[in-house]
Design a protein around this ligand. Structure first.
Ligand code: CLR
Length: 388
């Protein structure tokens, strides 16, 4: 039945929400949605999904050849997908609508050093409000690993589903022990949000994403139920050597499986490839003020009462606070226009054409051939750099 999973009192509001999605395209972050579908977490926290298995991130640095490293990058990447795309279903019963971050919203956190893997730190800044764009950096200094990326979404509606095209990319830099470095370009899959009719949305991935670097082009193809394996969340990843571009490998490697469970080698290797049945490690949030407190633009401080309202079912509080924040931000933008002094980003500088993207996307099917990017200013807050 339509709206089966929707609380009876919110069914009308759910169907108007669906109608408004169907009739708009681009950015649905600002559409008003019924309370049951709201998440108390802002999109600025989502980059933490990249590192909930910090040992797999750290392991990239332990690869002795470019082939070992390329496989470690692929394994880490595939192992993040379960967290990125199923966490809300697992913890809240369905996909939810995240809080729409304010311009300049910040999130800082870390995963502790353990068994010599090094401390991993995370910094996120909302670099644009309209359209929403989130920039982030994740670094394991001890292991010489740094991931810098940004993401935005373009949404459309097709035969009852929301289609989300992810815009943006990430670059992983790996410092090599012998000197020099390797860089990997990562692109992102397309999302399809199904289950809307019932009020129980969930994500399936489709099309493909790429990992290019270390002398390999990695193509990850995503399929859902009814495609090549017939199972939800299926993928097939092919690593093809790119002669003359850093690597020395000559053979192709293929792994196949389900990204939320496990996979195995089907060409160029044997046995198990990845397995995410084990526990993940949620990030520890850190305030950036000298006192260790969170500043007014840090996401958990900014949205504190909205999140409390959503968590405790006090939607009057949530909506009053949300309106207050939105009005404050609107006023801030007006003041900036009046004074001619625009909002200054804290950690990133935008560039129009990312040379690393352009170089690595060459000779691949990655489109477009160039993208903008946000360059991290290396200004980690002191509170994150302590106790390395
Ligand atoms: C953000 C970047 C992360 C991966 C990720 C996971 C879930 C996506 C989210 C991204 C962007 C916003 C998103 C969300 C799922 C639902 C939500 C597309 C890509 C939209 C805005 C809300 C739709 C509302 C329905 C739940 C009704 O690395």
């Amino acid at each position: 039945q339509p709206g089966d999973a929707v609380p009876v009192a919110q069914r009308g509001s759910w169907s108007s929400f669906l109608k408004s999605i169907a009739s708009m395209s681009g950015d649905l972050s600002s559409l008003t949605a019924p309370p049951f579908i709201l998440s108390p977490i802002s999109l600025t926290e989502y980059p933490a999904y990249w590192c909930e298995r910090p040992e797999l991130f750290a392991a990239i640095a332990d690869g002795k050849t470019s082939e070992e490293r390329a496989l470690a990058v692929l394994k880490w990447f595939i192992s993040t997908l379960k967290g990125q795309y199923t966490t809300r279903n697992e913890s809240a019963g369905s996909e939810k609508k995240p809080l729409n971050p304010a311009l300049g919203e910040l999130f800082y956190g870390y995963w502790p050093d353990q068994d010599g893997r090094g401390k991993t730190t995370l910094l996120t800044e909302q670099v644009s409000h309209h359209p929403p764009i989130t920039a982030y950096v994740i670094e394991n200094e001890k292991k010489g690993l740094k991931l810098v990326g940004h993401n935005a979404q373009k949404t459309s509606f097709s035969t009852g589903s929301i289609i989300v095209k992810q815009i943006g990319h990430a670059v992983l830099t790996v410092k090599l022990p012998a000197g020099g470095e390797e860089q990997y370009l990562l692109t992102l899959p397309r999302l399809r949000i199904d289950g809307l009719w019932y009020g129980a949305p969930y994500i399936e991935l489709s099309e493909q994403s790429y990992i290019v670097g270390g002398g390999f082009v990695g193509v990850i193809e995503y399929k859902g139920k009814g495609y090549f394996s017939g199972k939800s969340h299926s993928f097939k990843a092919t690593l093809t050597p790119q002669p003359g571009r850093g690597g020395s490998a000559t053979k192709e490697i293929v792994v196949e499986g389900t990204w939320h469970q496990n996979s195995k080698f089907t060409t160029g290797g044997h046995g198990s490839f990845h397995d995410v049945s084990g526990p993940k490690e949620v990030v520890t949030a850190v305030g950036a003020e000298a006192s260790g407190e969170m500043g007014p633009m840090e996401t958990r401080k900014l949205w504190e009462l909205v999140a409390k309202g959503i968590r405790e079912g006090d939607f009057e509080l949530a909506s009053r606070e949300k309106t207050r924040i939105e009005n404050e931000m609107r006023q801030r933008r007006k003041d900036e226009t009046a004074s001619g002094v625009p909002w200054a980003l804290k950690h990133f500088v935008p560039i129009a054409n990312d040379p690393v993207y352009e170089e690595l996307a060459k000779h691949t099917k990655i489109a477009p051939s160039t993208e903008d990017a946000y360059v991290f200013q290396e200004n980690w807050p002191q509170t994150l750099r302590e106790k390395k």
